[in-house]
Design a protein around this ligand. Structure first.
Ligand SMILES: Nc1nc2c(c(=O)[nH]1)N[C@H]1C(S)=C(S)[C@@H](COP(=O)(O)OP(=O)(O)OC[C@H]3O[C@@H](n4cnc5c(=O)[nH]c(N)nc54)[C@H](O)[C@@H]3O)O[C@H]1N2
Ligand SMILES: Nc1nc2c(c(=O)[nH]1)N[C@H]1C(S)=C(S)[C@@H](COP(=O)(O)OP(=O)(O)OC[C@H]3O[C@@H](n4cnc5c(=O)[nH]c(N)nc54)[C@H](O)[C@@H]3O)O[C@H]1N2
Ligand code: SF4
Ligand SMILES: [Mo]
Length: 670
């Protein structure tokens, strides 16, 4: 049996795969302790799909025709160099992948920066980048502070805008154990989620009102003097500003805005404060708003007021993709060097440059993934090189994205499938899948784990690191003579003092290595003065408001057997059998008013476009509808961005009407 890291979510389960049958069993070690969700259990199925890309392809007219690796890489490199010559390095942009290994992300950002641009980004931008920005401001580092194992010994777990029962199913096992050990479980969402199944409190708020609710909880905690005075005095700054700011957020005011009874808010505040230790776990319900950074600051404030950090608790921005945390640590973000170091940190930047055989690296922040589409429209960006990312489906308001993709002088897509995005490409490069290669990945708790090669690459496909090594060489960049993936691992180890003395062999054998260490901020925060910042935030309105024409609020959600844009899950026969038909969730009172019964076909429309789906009546706030994001939802969504560059996927103004009969929007699975 070979040990591999699950290619789906950021929880980071390890799988044992039998190379003969390709059947999967759960690994007994950390972090999944013998558990897997259905996606992990069937993870090898998409790898064996007949749809896999097998040869490099080049566009001639409307057709994509096979070419040799040598020809594809040479032509791509000369076109990139030509564009740089004509328009400068910033006319080229690279998208890295939260699906591929640390080594592969490390190589792509190395290529971008040596080529001369910081236009390197990944889907973290669509996801938890608001958490990174908020955490950096409040505690000095942008990642989850504690390991999952701590959850089992805490007094309270606050789960906010996060639905682990569907999105990180194995986390539920930890939460269930915490509950058995006496923890109180509080869940905040805009609908009744499966994660509320055994919660002590399931608070159903209105979309985009989270700051009001968090401030009201803090209002009660401060007013009733339930906060941890010793911790606040010794380890934080900004308390008096918070105290002032939350004064007007009374539970009664919050009841009017959120719909949650004032008495419940008071009770929850008291429960949260009296638990003695606690975790706050959050997800896309907080980050995918124009107020994303502020939403996250508000829940960090809540934890800091009680001193829930280090041995007494932690901050858990639960990361989405299997290697989104690794992509960030490897520097595949347009505003950070590896390790989240700022581009303007001269000492570190020059050290990285010299390790790479260059004098210096560009210091101007590159474009966010979400800023690319305007830059392509205006002609500032002419070439885009995408590794394992599907923006033609995953980006907000994708009609605009598709138009931009068509305008590029050069689009290269390196993927395991002919994704929706690959259909626009000039060159499509076939990548090997996760179990066809070696490499390291980092999960949400910052645990680096080795994933072993189980089988040979499909067809003529190559591991992403091999393709990028060929590209680096063809571009004439220094230091791309790697003959094994371990050489790249050893190179990135040299960037982190905590890894300098560790060996790749050690990583291959144990339960992984935490970077920089298991628990952060135990004695001191990573800020300049070692104290955490309590940062007061005020309610911020969503970008688009419901009105007479578009009276509903549309939010987008995930389902357990579907994964992101569906490229992998829709090619897994076992998952296809488990998949329910994606339906739009509507409140029964709203449905009644519109004459919609459960299972009826409806049309959902926003200022960007419309889609068709069947309705599902259920427990969601009145005036709100929730559409699974996986297929066509981004024809509808708002592309207004927050400070971290994340679109407001969780709030658009929409209208809903009943259809007499219907067929799904083309491209949506049955
Ligand atoms: N099965 C499955 N698992 C996945 C994925 C997948 O596609 N499928 N994707 C992975 C990725 S990339 C990510 S980032 C994670 C995401 O994991 P989650 O963050 O759990 O995912 P979502 O379902 O997008 O959003 C979480 C919840 O936010 C709620 N919500 C919406 N608007 C608001 C609001 O205004 N306020 C509050 N408080 N809540 C709101 C939604 O109802 C939803 O239940 O999942 C990962 N795991
Ligand atoms: N409306 C709405 N939109 C959203 C969200 C939402 O909640 N609502 N969530 C956002 C979030 S959190 C995220 S993370 C994004 C996700 O957006 P994307 O990252 O664009 O979505 P994925 O479907 O995960 O795409 C991954 C691609 O990588 C390919 N791939 C898989 N393995 C490999 C490999 O080994 N090598 C290579 N080269 N390719 C590989 C897959 O075939 C697929 O095409 O979507 C965002 N979009
Ligand atoms: S919980 Fe996440 S990492 Fe674990 S098996 Fe499921 S998808 Fe894979
Ligand atoms: Mo994500």
């Amino acid at each position: 049996m070979k040990t591999v890291v699950c290619p789906y979510c950021g929880f980071g389960c390890r799988l044992l795969v039998d190379p003969k049958t390709m059947k999967v069993k759960p690994h007994r070690g950390e972090p999944n302790r013998g558990k897997l969700c259905p996606k992990g259990l069937h993870a090898t199925e998409f790898v064996l799909s007949g749809d896999r890309l097998r040869r490099p392809l080049k566009r001639t007219g409307n057709l994509l025709k096979p070419v040799s690796w040598g020809q594809a890489i040479d032509e791509i490199a000369s076109k990139l160099l030509e564009i740089r010559e004509l328009y400068g390095p910033d006319a080229v942009a690279f998208l890295a992948s939260s699906k591929v290994s640390n080594e592969e992300n490390y190589l792509l950002q190395k290529i971008a920066r040596l080529f001369g641009t910081n236009n390197i980004d990944n889907c973290a931008r669509l996801c938890h980048e608001a958490s990174v920005h908020a955490l950096k401001m409040a505690v000095g580092t942008g990642a989850q502070t504690n390991p999952y194992e701590d959850l089992g010994r805490l007094g309270v777990i606050l789960i906010w805008g996060y639905n682990p029962a569907e999105t990180h199913p194995v986390v539920m096992d930890y939460i269930r154990r915490a509950k058995r050990n006496g923890a109180r479980i509080i869940v905040v969402d805009v609908r009744k989620t499966t994660s509320m199944a055994f919660a002590d409190y399931g608070l159903i708020t209105r979309p985009g009102t989270d700051i009001v609710l968090a401030n009201a909880l803090m209002h009660v905690i401060i007013h009733e003097e339930l906060y941890n005075e010793e911790f606040v005095k010794a380890r934080t700054t900004g308390f008096s500003e918070i105290k002032m700011a939350v004064r007007k957020y009374t539970p009664e005011y919050a009841e009017k805005v959120t719909g949650i009874p004032a008495d419940t808010i008071k009770e929850v505040a008291r429960e949260f404060a009296s638990a003695g230790s606690g975790a706050v776990m959050w997800g896309m319900g907080l980050t995918q708003h124009v107020s994303g950074v502020e939403n996250v600051l508000a829940v960090i404030d809540l934890a800091l007021l009680l001193g829930y950090i280090g041995e007494r608790g932690g901050l858990y921005p639960m990361r989405g993709q299997n290697n989104v945390q690794g992509a960030a640590y490897m520097g595949a973000l347009s505003e950070f060097l590896p390790g989240y170091v700022l581009l303007t940190d001269d000492r570190f930047r020059k050290r990285v440059a010299s390790l790479w055989g260059a004098d210096d690296l560009p210091t101007e922040r590159g474009l966010y993934l979400t800023e690319l589409w305007d830059a392509i429209e205006s002609g500032d960006v002419r070439a885009l090189y995408i590794v394992g990312e599907n923006p033609a489906v995953s980006e907000a308001n994708f009609t605009r994205v598709r138009k931009a993709l068509k305008k590029l002088d050069l689009l290269v897509v390196q993927d395991v499938f002919m994704s929706r995005t690959a259909k626009y490409a000039h060159y499509v490069l076939p990548a090997s899948a996760f179990c066809e290669k070696d490499g390291s990945y980092m999960n949400s708790e910052r645990r680096i784990q080795w994933s072993h090669m189980v089988c040979r690459p499909m067809g003529d496909s190559k591991p992403d690191w091999e393709i990028l090594t060929m590209l680096g060489k063809a571009l004439g960049l220094p230091g791309f003579d790697y003959s094994s993936v371990e050489e790249i691992t050893a190179e990135y180890f040299r960037l982190f003092p905590e890894l300098e003395d560790r060996s790749v062999e050690e990583l291959k054998q144990g339960d992984g290595i935490f970077l920089p260490k298991k628990r952060l901020h135990t004695w001191e925060f990573a800020t300049e003065d070692g104290r955490a910042r309590l940062i007061a935030v005020e309610q911020i309105s969503p970008w688009e408001k419901p009105d007479q024409e578009y009276p509903f609020i549309l939010t987008t959600i995930r389902l357990i057997s579907h994964y992101n844009t569906g490229e992998m899950t829709l090619r897994s026969p076992s998952l296809l059998k488990l998949m329910g038909e994606p339906r739009v969730l509507i409140n029964p009172d709203d449905a009644g008013r519109l004459g919609i019964r459960d299972g009826d076909w409806v049309e959902i429309e926003t200022r960007r476009g419309k889609i068709r789906m069947r309705a599902k009546l259920g427990n969601i706030q009145r005036g709100v509808v929730a559409v699974p994001f996986h297929f066509k939802a981004n024809r509808l969504t708002s592309d207004a961005l927050n400070k971290a560059g994340t679109p407001e996927f969780k709030f658009s103004a929409a209208r809903v009407r009943k259809l007499r009969s219907g067929k799904p929007t083309p491209g949506t699975p049955p």
